[in-house]
Ligand binder design. Structure first.
Ligand SMILES: Nc1ncnc2c1ncn2[C@@H]1O[C@H](COP(=O)(O)OP(=O)(O)O)[C@@H](O)[C@H]1O
Ligand SMILES: CC(=O)OP(=O)(O)O
Ligand SMILES: [Mg+2]
Length: 351
């Protein structure tokens, strides 16, 4: 069964054709030209659409029926960078591939296992319940792949593993996995919370946001645009949202932006680690987690309090343990393979 996986991230649209039976990638592209990509495939039976926010109701992969489409529309304003892209792609691909089964795969599904203490914001019940104000968590397909792949590399069943995972890419979030399940994560109600990102701020004092609005410094839309597009590595450095540019630039501004990024990733990892009774491994994934050894080194090397240390290998030829032999807690670097998890989940949903 050939599955077209569609992954609209904040900074790119990634397309893969995956043969589900053996998880082989038959073709891939990072392009907005979905129609040329689809046209060049001989057969596509299923389309797996990554849906960043499933809202309160979409908690597993499901076919994109009209009632599911209505629920996606309800979740639109919760992830304004992502959900509208998925809606447009669902429309476009339903026209291009009318005979394929279209499955929507929520990022949030992986975090359905979050215990209620980790899901809950300390807000009045009269706000929380009618408006579903809770922590959802994102990057679920990346975390579930990382869990599966780490288990292979560590020769342990995934159901036994306790992991700290850092998905560092355009969007950045961390996850604590206990016995294979998400038990805490840094993103919450929206993909703006938690770790500092490439262009997004991550968490900042809510009192500061109130002050900016109350004092008329910024309008709601200026605030939203600034927090989503002009903050993070880009906003701090004034140079680039890409860690590769910042590392090679080497200016004081670039180094400072990277140092704040590393500090905030370490803080998020340490906070989520509090939900684990032991750490079997720290896993780096996502574009930055994979291709920026300086970042992995600075993050791991600064987590001595958790028993994690640096001295990591800088080689990235294949997914591997990158900590030195004998490290108390192994550190792994894995390429993010959301497409394999999306293909697997969609193939299971149509069976
Ligand atoms: N070291 C890096 N390697 C690759 N991409 C990076 C790196 N640092 C920052 N980026 C940015 O991350 C973006 C990828 O973002 P996006 O497509 O949203 O990916 P993801 O969906 O994985 O978050 C790219 O646009 C790039 O500018
Ligand atoms: C949830 C999220 O931020 O996704 P991405 O990193 O793909 O933009
Ligand atoms: Mg992504």
């Amino acid at each position: 069964m050939n599955v077209l996986t569609v992954n609209p991230g904040s900074g790119s649209l990634r397309l893969h054709l995956v043969r589900a039976e053996d998880e082989k990638v038959l073709d891939s592209a990072s392009t907005d030209d979905v129609s040329s990509f689809a046209d060049r495939q001989p057969t596509i039976s299923v389309v797996a659409h990554r849906l960043v926010h499933g809202g309160p109701d979409l908690v597993r992969p499901v076919e994109a029926t009209p009632s599911v489409r209505a629920k996606i529309a309800d979740a639109r304003s919760l992830a304004p960078e992502h959900v509208p892209k998925t809606e447009a792609l669902l429309d476009q691909l339903a026209d291009l591939l009318p005979d394929a089964t279209h499955i929507v795969c929520p990022d949030t599904a992986f975090h359905e296992t979050l215990p209620s203490v980790a899901q809950t914001y300390p807000l009045p019940a009269r706000w929380r319940f009618p408006w579903n104000l809770r922590c959802y968590g994102f990057h679920g397909w990346s975390f579930s792949w990382a869990t599966r792949r780490a288990a292979e590399l560590l020769h342990r069943p995934p159901g036994e593993l306790n992991l700290l995972i850092a998905h560092l890419s355009g969007g950045c979030s961390v996850c604590a996995v206990s016995h294979g399940h998400s038990v805490d994560t840094s993103m919450g109600f929206t993909p703006l919370e938690g770790a500092m990102m490439t262009k997004r701020s991550g968490s900042v004092d809510p009192g500061m946001l109130l002050w900016l609005l109350r004092e008329g410094k910024l309008t709601v839309s200026e605030l939203e645009d600034g927090l989503y597009h002009h903050s993070g590595l880009l906003g701090l450095s004034g140079i680039s949202d890409d860690t590769r540019d910042l590392v090679s630039d080497g200016s004081a501004e670039a180094r400072f932006a990277l140092a704040v990024f590393e500090h905030r990733i370490r803080a998020e990892l340490a906070a989520t680690a509090a939900s684990l009774d032991r750490i079997d491994a720290l896993v780096f994934t996502g574009d930055i987690g994979w291709d920026q050894p300086e970042t992995a080194e600075a993050v791991a090397g600064g987590l001595g309090v958790l028993g994690i240390a640096g001295g990591l290998s800088r080689t990235r030829e294949r997914d591997a343990v990158i900590s030195p032999p004998g490290a108390k807690i192994p550190v792994l670097a894995l390429r993010s393979r959301e497409e394999l998890e999306l293909a697997r989940a969609a193939a299971e949903a149509v069976r």
